[in-house]
Design a binder for this molecule. Structure first.
Ligand code: HEM
Length: 284
């Protein structure tokens, strides 16, 4: 795929469309920036929730089963290996949710390239660790509510490994267009569990409760959302990359509809997950 012929908006185009309607290429930028802003808020609230729920008990040196009582298995007295891997799964999630979003800010990439490199290494390494420990917890330790309901998440974990490898490989080779493409997919996949919470809570909000959901997360809605939580954002990211290469304003306008849809879903999800899941536990 050729990523080199991105359309650059000229100054004349900009001023012309500013006076009339917003140029679709400019709108694409606004929609992207808005999404990153909403995602940043949602990621940091999630990070705060994980820090308060699991980080503080771990730092205080004595996490117990009471700290993880809402989890599937959580902390099990005497299971040192399982508890250790659980902590290796939960604690890096704080850094992932706090630091990952920095990679998307062009200002930091441009002015602080060393930060981008080190933060990127941290993000990809911890993302890989999250996938490996998550797969262990699900399939070896048995922390799953149902087999069929765990398939979407399992494929998510496997795809993290593919995307992390490709993002890293293209960064080393200095093929930055390809690097960016796979780094964005790695970001989406590593945040698949965050997005799943957004989509599930937005679904509950829209339906005023469960609809196609079960307590073991294997209802038709649960399974659809478990796949959609990374496939939909990955599709929208591909539409974005495609739109950046288009000269036709109509094509970009169509892509903007996808971007708008993504922005609305993410915003609804951040509001719903914050209200229903994270905030009550942050202030508890
Ligand atoms: C790499 C990105 C990931 C992050 C940032 C992440 C983060 C988290 C967080 C914060 C929790 C606590 C849940 C809560 O209280 O809301 C959790 C639990 C869990 N995660 Fe992940 N996760 C990731 C990937 C995965 C993957 C790929 C799998 C499986 C294939 C997985 C399996 C699990 C399991 C089984 C639990 C529950 C453990 C229990 O209840 O005992 N995670 N994860």
């Amino acid at each position: 795929m050729d990523h080199t012929s991105e359309h650059v908006i000229t100054a004349t185009e900009k001023s012309y469309f500013r006076r009339n309607i917003i140029h679709p290429h400019l709108m694409l930028n606004y929609l992207t920036k808005s999404w990153v802003f909403v995602a940043l808020l949602g990621q940091w609230i999630f990070a705060l929730y994980i820090f308060i729920s699991f980080g503080i008990p771990a730092l205080s040196g004595s996490p117990s089963s009471a700290d993880t009582s809402r989890m599937i298995q959580g902390y099990v007295n005497g299971d040192e290996l399982g508890n250790g891997i659980l902590m290796m799964h939960l604690l890096p999630a704080i850094l992932l949710s706090l630091g990952g979003i920095f990679q998307l800010l062009p200002y930091l990439r441009k002015h602080y390239p060393a930060f981008h490199r080190w933060n990127g290494r941290m993000f990809l390494t911890l993302g890989l660790l999250g996938a490996l420990t998550g797969l262990y917890l699900t399939w070896v330790r048995g922390s799953r509510l149902s087999d069929i309901g765990s398939i979407g998440l399992t494929i998510n974990g496997l795809l993290i490994m593919v995307a992390v490898t490709l993002a890293w490989k293209f960064a080393i080779k200095k093929q930055y267009q390809q690097h960016m493409r796979w780094a964005i997919h790695a970001f989406i996949l590593i945040n698949g569990v965050w997005t799943f919470r957004l989509y599930l809570m937005a679904w509950f909000m829209l339906n005023q409760g469960a609809n196609g959901n079960t307590a073991t997360i294997d209802g038709p809605a649960d399974i659809t959302l478990s796949f959609a939580s990374y496939l939909l954002p990955m599709l929208i990211a591909e539409v974005y990359f495609w739109a950046k290469r288009q000269k036709s304003v109509y094509r970009v306008a169509i892509a903007n509809l996808f971007m708008l849809l993504g922005l609305l879903i993410t915003t609804l999800g951040v509001v719903a997950a914050t209200l229903f899941m994270w905030w009550p536990r942050i202030i508890a």
